[in-house]
Design a protein around this ligand. Structure first.
Ligand SMILES: Cc1cc2nc3c(=O)[nH]c(=O)nc-3n(C[C@H](O)[C@H](O)[C@H](O)COP(=O)(O)O)c2cc1C
Length: 187
């Protein structure tokens, strides 16, 4: 069974490093082999702060940006969120993107790849796992934390030490199991 994996770039600011980390995650995911991999950039979708009148549970969207985002997540069997840590938290862009939808998330598997200074974005991963649970996502415990990530960027390429690829392999294996198990129970 091929599973559709969306790798979501969570930061949107000019000059952000998120796309470099996401490129590395996509390489790992393609090499893993269980997934059809697509990178999704929240900066391209350009979601404003939630501007839909109806509760997301109704899936009655008025705006094209919401419909685009909804269609992307509808297609997903699994999602990897690539997230920085902003002020010991996840970036508002990513929290807003999750809260914009509801039905699209339910019974899907997700994992977190976070990056930052000494913390490797661990605190962002923890708050995201709580949020994702509340919208019906199985946010698996296996993830990749990338401490001092900026020291592993050379010539606009993110190349972390081998231990990061090892973590990614474990995460992707678990994500494939959960995504495969959850697929049949979605209506
Ligand atoms: C608003 C803001 C808050 C930040 N807070 C943290 C933090 O709490 N922990 C951390 O490790 N790094 C923090 N940083 C540094 C980020 O890890 C670093 O800037 C990283 O490149 C941000 O991801 P981005 O480039 O994809 O936006 C912060 C950066 C910004 C812009």
């Amino acid at each position: 069974m091929t599973l559709t994996l969306k790798i979501v770039i969570g930061s949107t600011r000019p000059g952000r490093k998120g796309p470099l980390v996401a490129d590395w995650v996509a390489e790992q995911a393609r090499a893993h082999g269980a997934f059809d991999v697509q990178v999704v950039d929240l900066a391209d979708i350009d979601l404003p702060l939630l501007d839909e009148a109806e509760h997301p549970m109704k899936k009655a969207y008025a705006h094209d940006h919401t419909k685009t985002w909804s269609a992307i997540i509808d297609e997903a069997d699994a999602v990897i969120f690539v997230s920085p840590e902003y002020d010991f938290f996840a970036p508002a862009s990513l929290v807003n993107a999750v809260q914009t939808l509801m039905q699209e998330w339910r019974y899907k598997a997700a994992a977190l790849v976070t990056y930052g200074g000494v913390s490797g974005g661990l605190r962002a991963a923890q708050v995201m796992r709580g949020l994702l649970g509340n919208v019906g996502v199985m946010a698996i415990p296996q993830g990749v934390m990338l401490p001092l990530f900026a020291t592993h960027i050379q010539d606009d390429r993110f190349q972390p030490p081998a231990i990061a690829a090892d973590s990614a392999g474990v995460m992707l294996g678990e994500l494939a199991k959960w995504a495969g198990a959850l697929k049949p129970i979605r209506g």
